[in-house]
Design a protein around this ligand. Structure first.
Ligand SMILES: Cc1cc2nc3c(=O)[nH]c(=O)nc-3n(C[C@H](O)[C@H](O)[C@H](O)COP(=O)(O)OP(=O)(O)OC[C@H]3O[C@@H](n4cnc5c(N)ncnc54)[C@H](O)[C@@H]3O)c2cc1C
Length: 327
């Protein structure tokens, strides 16, 4: 199906108690009970079967650029997706989930296919981008998806979903809502164009991102999603101050965090970036606990001062979900 030449029948290689921090852009997180790589669809199936047989949860790790792993780690099997097949046919590019997003942008440009160059510079892998409908500068991956191939973790059934069935929304998709669906590949429908012009646009996008000087910090990009705000006064304040209209009723979380005067706020070595208030950064040896406490402080302050509830964009893994308060 893809230009992935590796054999499908290699046995599953498992490592035990491997720290996940090096596999995340935050460089935070304790060990996974098991860690494996899935270089092929068959290896992914084996890893998921293993999780089922052992009665343990699984965690898909792409580029780790949107992931906060707890200090206690992940008591299950972490599966690093490394299926890197990619093929082109006319205006259609089909890629497996383990393809680096930037490499995909460059391949498409090289083939004279436009439509994803404004995603240039977003870290992570194609599968992670599809799952979170990654986007920047007004475009997102869901805009150009034709269909997505996903594996149902419980039955190992491969399903193909047309774009409309993927429920792409702002930083959201069906795959984000349903943890049991693992994105294994997807096809994109792109527009023909001159390779050099497409490449120039991609390079300009990367330069624009680099000028913000955010790529070198240890972060997971925007920590919170831009919330839908219903307060007309706040919307007017934002629009007047920024000289722009808010898109789809959403106000940038960074602007709200700034208004709450939280820039540079820290908990231990976790800090609200002085450069971009929606980036929470690890300034050295931050623990996940410090990062989560900082995030909670930010949420509390923004809610108290502006009446807006922020919600995490980052996937938080290995934390005990909050239960009801004891009565
Ligand atoms: C400096 C910086 C800048 C960033 N800028 C942007 C930006 O402009 N726009 C934007 O949208 N994002 C941005 N991000 C966030 C991040 O790059 C994206 O969310 C990216 O698409 C995540 O992909 P990943 O492969 O790293 O996912 P990971 O971090 O590995 O995983 C994130 C979540 O998705 C799940 N997952 C990963 N792959 C799959 C799969 N194949 N199937 C099912 N679930 C999966 C994981 O289990 C996890 O829950 C930025 C991050 C950084 C560090």
């Amino acid at each position: 199906m893809y230009t992935d030449q590796r054999k499908d029948n290699q046995p599953l290689e498992l490592s035990r108690d491997i720290p996940l921090a090096p596999f995340t852009s935050f460089k935070i997180g304790g060990p996974a009970r098991f860690l494996t790589k899935a270089r092929t669809l068959e290896q992914l199936k084996q890893a998921l079967s293993f999780a089922k047989a052992e009665g343990i949860p699984f965690l898909i790790v792409g580029g780790g650029s949107n992931l906060l792993v707890s200090d206690r780690g992940f008591d299950g099997i972490a599966i690093r997706l490394q299926m890197k097949g990619i093929k082109v046919q006319g205006n259609r590019v089909e890629a497996q989930a383990g393809v680096d997003l930037m490499a995909l942008v460059e391949h498409a440009a090289h083939w004279g296919l436009a439509g994803i160059e404004r995603l240039a510079g977003i870290p992570g892998l194609f599968g992670g981008a599809v799952r979170g409908n990654a986007g920047a500068y007004g475009s997102c991956i869901g805009d150009v998806i034709e269909r997505v191939h996903a594996l149902r973790a419980d039955t190992l059934e491969l399903v193909t979903l047309a774009r409309d069935a993927c429920q792409f929304q702002y930083r959201n998709s069906r795959f984000k809502k349903d943890h049991g669906l693992v994105v294994v590949a997807a096809s994109l429908l792109l527009e023909p164009g001159a390779p050099q012009e497409i490449l120039s646009r991609a390079e300009a996008t990367v330069r624009k991102r680099q000028a913000r000087q955010l790529q070198c910090d240890l972060s997971a990009g925007s920590f919170f999603m831009n919330p839908v705000v219903r307060d007309p006064e706040l919307i007017q304040r934002f629009e007047t101050e920024q000289g722009t209209h808010c898109r789809d009723g959403r106000i940038p979380a960074g602007w709200l965090i700034d208004r709450a005067r939280l820039r540079s706020l820290s908990v231990g070595a976790a800090m609200v970036s002085p450069r971009h208030a929606n980036y929470l950064i690890n300034t050295g040896n931050a623990s996940a606990q410090e990062m989560v406490r900082l995030a909670e402080l930010v949420k509390d302050e923004v809610r108290a001062s502006l009446g807006v509830q922020l919600e995490e964009e980052v996937s938080c893994v290995g934390f005990i979900p909050a239960g009801p308060l004891p009565s």
